[in-house]
Design a protein around this ligand. Structure first.
Ligand SMILES: *Cc1c(COP(=O)(O)O)cnc(C)c1O
Length: 382
């Protein structure tokens, strides 16, 4: 009998897939660690299925290569990691606003972010009922204007949690809004607000817990921002937060996206290709049909604007991207056959097709492209 698992894990059987290079992932963790003081910990942000890379496999590799903490966005993401038997400390970055969620967090040994006095009350009551003490991470909003108590009111907030029974402050953190920009004025201001808050907390005699501030961009700015731990996400996966940071540390792209040619044929001149005939041949054209489309995460907005590698050469994509398939112009490429593998994101020879190129074309960021590859594409871990 054909086992389902064997079928879905074998490249030989796939029409399209995502390849995850664990050597590159391990390299990136070690490269980022080399930027840190020996006592600074690395928390790997593995939310959103590890930015689309496959959370369980990624988590194992990052923990084996020097990461000591994990962070996810949702309760479900945390439970998935615990169910795989992974015991590393896990910070939940998203908000927790119900007793049921908090009980699950405590049950699964996850550590929540605490952002408001309302949550402080809820957390304290819930933990008292459970008769347990919960480590909590206090988020201070120093300028991101997302979760967290604004820095002006932070001292009272920290004091309230400090005096709460059944809650233990495991860390205090903040999050940068513009650390990837060339102009660091706002980043320095956020840092100043963080420092001022910490000084005031110290004056009250509250011992400072673990402190952390840096996403990938902040991590690349230098040790003065690092405190006890850094929280890189995108850099782990081999993408730079911004092009001007490329010289700070050598990262290797972790993800490649590949698909198979399913048919090759020759079209006469003046033949429309794909829905809406948004491409029409001007001469005799050899096309290859490829089994990947927008339901796999190939943005339809890239229609007529995408290039992929076929046998080491670039082939332009023709007409509209369809749900499950695209067509390529392979007139200039020899020996193209059904079954051949094409590379949409990745390296062939000395050249590379990158998620940043797609992001630039689409007016978005690499993060959205990485997270956009759908579960229908199996993740093949190499
Ligand atoms: C997502 C996230 C990170 C990681 O950000 P990158 O830019 O991917 O490095 C760090 N901290 C918080 C609070 C986040 O939400």
């Amino acid at each position: 009998m054909l086992e389902r698992q064997k079928f879905s894990d074998s490249v030989a059987q796939q029409r399209a897939w995502v390849e995850i290079d664990h050597k590159a992932l391990a390299h990136n963790i070690r490269a980022l660690k080399s930027l840190l003081a020996p006592t600074t910990e690395l928390l790997a942000v593995v939310k959103a299925n590890a930015y689309g890379h496959g959370v369980i496999e990624v988590t194992k590799t990052v923990l084996e290569n020097g990461a000591t903490w994990l962070a996810i966005a949702t309760l479900g993401e945390g439970i998935e990691i615990r169910e795989a038997g992974i015991t590393a400390p896990i910070l939940v970055l998203g908000a927790t606003n119900t007793a049921a969620e908090l009980e699950a967090i405590a049950h699964w040994d996850l550590q929540p972010t605490l952002c408001t006095l309302e949550q402080q009350k809820l957390f304290q009551e819930t933990m008292k009922k459970l008769g347990k003490t919960l480590p909590v991470h206090l988020e201070i909003d120093t300028g991101m204007s997302r979760l967290g108590t604004r820095w002006e009111g932070a001292v009272e907030f920290v004091e309230a949690v400090h005096t709460s029974e059944n809650l233990e402050i495991a860390s205090i953190y903040s999050h940068f809004a513009t650390a990837d920009e060339v102009d660091l004025t706002m980043t320095h201001l956020q840092h100043e607000r963080f420092k001022t808050t910490l000084t005031e907390i110290g004056k009250l005699g509250i011992p400072l817990p673990k402190l952390h501030l840096c996403n990938s961009a902040g991590t690349m700015l230098g040790q003065e921002f690092h405190y006890d731990m850094v929280r890189p996400g995108i850099a782990i996966y081999g993408c730079y937060p911004a092009p001007h940071m490329e010289n700070v540390v050598a990262l290797k792209p972790v993800m490649q996206v590949k698909a198979r040619i399913t048919q090759v044929k020759t079209l006469p001149p003046d033949t429309g290709v794909s829905y809406g005939h948004r491409f029409v041949t001007s001469q005799k054209t050899k096309i290859a049909v490829v089994g990947i489309g927008y339901a796999d995460g190939i943005p339809r907005c890239l229609s007529n604007n995408l290039k992929v590698f076929v046998n080491g050469q670039l082939a332009p994509q023709l007409g509209s991207v369809t749900m499950d398939q695209i067509m390529l112009d392979v007139s200039h490429i020899e020996n193209v056959q059904a079954g051949d593998i094409v590379t949409l994101i990745g390296k062939e020879g000395g050249d590379r097709l990158t998620v940043d190129q797609w992001a630039n074309q689409l007016g978005t960021i690499s993060y959205e492209i990485l997270c956009g590859f759908k579960p229908r594409l199996p993740r093949i871990h190499l």
